[in-house]
Design a protein around this ligand. Structure first.
Ligand SMILES: Nc1nc2c([nH]c(=O)n2[C@H]2C[C@H](O)[C@@H](COP(=O)(O)OP(=O)(O)OP(=O)(O)O)O2)c(=O)[nH]1
Ligand SMILES: [Mg+2]
Length: 310
């Protein structure tokens, strides 16, 4: 297994730094997050700083772990240890003659990357705080409640979970929310059947663990982001088999919405995340103050219904 440290660098204005791999190298001609092999005895962070100096001429002074991905190509196996660079000095350029580019977030998906990079893209495109709507009795109440939580916590994504609604009712709420002024420029994750999500042309769908376990092929969903609720390693493995783009892992701590469900706790969550090569949101009893700890055990971030109440 070749241990590689790679960097997601943003310019603070929503652009990500990419470099093109030379044609004659492994995965040549494809775009990459700059970085390279970790040398024996070197830590990933030290390797990252060395590689970014060598390849793109910047001095890194702050990084945050983003995601770790073991991947088996037919000719070699790599372990990508991916960091978000949160502080650096100097101006990034192609110091080895490679083509480089600052790419807007919404164009990242159109670049050809090595196959191992899909989870990195997902980790970059998904937020670290995810709102799951509580049950509302009217769509107008849902819109105003969701808008105020989104504004109060600067959220960009929300999942519309309304288990009390029929499929018809859910479709009606989605259409109404899409027409609503503030919510239509946030990213909506549907929580419904695959069939309904496809007919609503949803870009993102969250599966219950039952729907996940019943799914037989990723291609059943036609949108970009497929997520699923997981409560165990078995469900996580199924989510990875279905090439899910992210999962939620729950319940981490006791929660108002599921008071009698036994909790996983942080230790078990951390062990499950270590087996995950995709972004994991911790769910259940989470609130804002848990975000740092969640990231420190390798999670993408936190999700919650009651996490976003001031
Ligand atoms: N840097 C980087 N490597 C990636 C990405 N995705 C991916 O599959 N890889 C693979 C390709 C290579 O097999 C390996 C990285 O090796 P590298 O060629 O960058 O190594 P290096 O910078 O130390 O270069 P060299 O001294 O071996 O020429 O990881 C990515 O996004 N960034
Ligand atoms: Mg390299």
């Amino acid at each position: 297994m070749i241990h590689v440290a790679a960097a997601v660098i943003d310019d603070g204005a929503g652009n990500i730094f990419l470099a093109k791999r030379p044609d004659d190298k492994h995965q040549g001609g494809l775009w990459e997050f700059p970085g390279g092999k970790v040398e024996p005895g070197e830590s990933s962070e030290v390797a990252l700083a060395r590689e970014l100096d060598e390849e793109i001429g910047i001095k890194v002074n702050q990084v945050e772990s983003l995601i770790q991905i073991p991947y088996h190509y037919s000719d070699k196996s790599v372990f990508l240890d991916v960091f978000r660079v949160t502080g650096f000095s100097g101006e990034a350029w192609g110091r080895e003659g490679q083509e480089v580019r600052w790419v807007p977030l919404n164009e990242l998906d159109s670049y050809p990357f090595p196959a191992a990079n899909k989870p990195i893209l997902n980790a970059v495109l998904l937020p670290d705080k995810l709102l799951i709507t509580k049950a509302y009795s009217s769509v107008s109440g849902c819109i105003s409640g969701t808008e105020s939580a989104i504004n109060a916590f600067s959220l960009t994504w929300f999942m519309l979970r309304q288990k009390q609604l029929s499929e018809e009712g859910y479709a009606h709420w989605v259409r109404t929310m899409r027409a609503a002024s503030q919510l239509n420029n946030r990213r909506l994750i549907l929580s419904c059947s695959v069939e309904l999500a496809n007919s609503l042309k949803g870009e993102a769908l969250h599966l219950t663990s039952q729907r996940l376990m019943a799914m037989s092929n990723r291609e059943e969903f036609s949108g970009r982001f497929l997520g699923a609720s997981c409560h165990s390693l078995e469900e996580l493995n199924k989510a990875q088999l279905m090439q899910c783009d992210y999962v939620t892992l729950s319940p981490i701590s006791p929660t108002k919405s599921h008071p009698s469900t036994p909790v996983l706790g942080w230790k078990a969550a951390s062990n499950i995340i270590a087996q995950a090569a995709l972004p994991v949101f911790l769910l259940g009893g989470m609130n804002q103050s848990d975000l740092m700890q969640a990231k420190s055990i390798g999670a993408q971030g936190i999700a919650g219904i009651n996490a976003w109440c001031s």
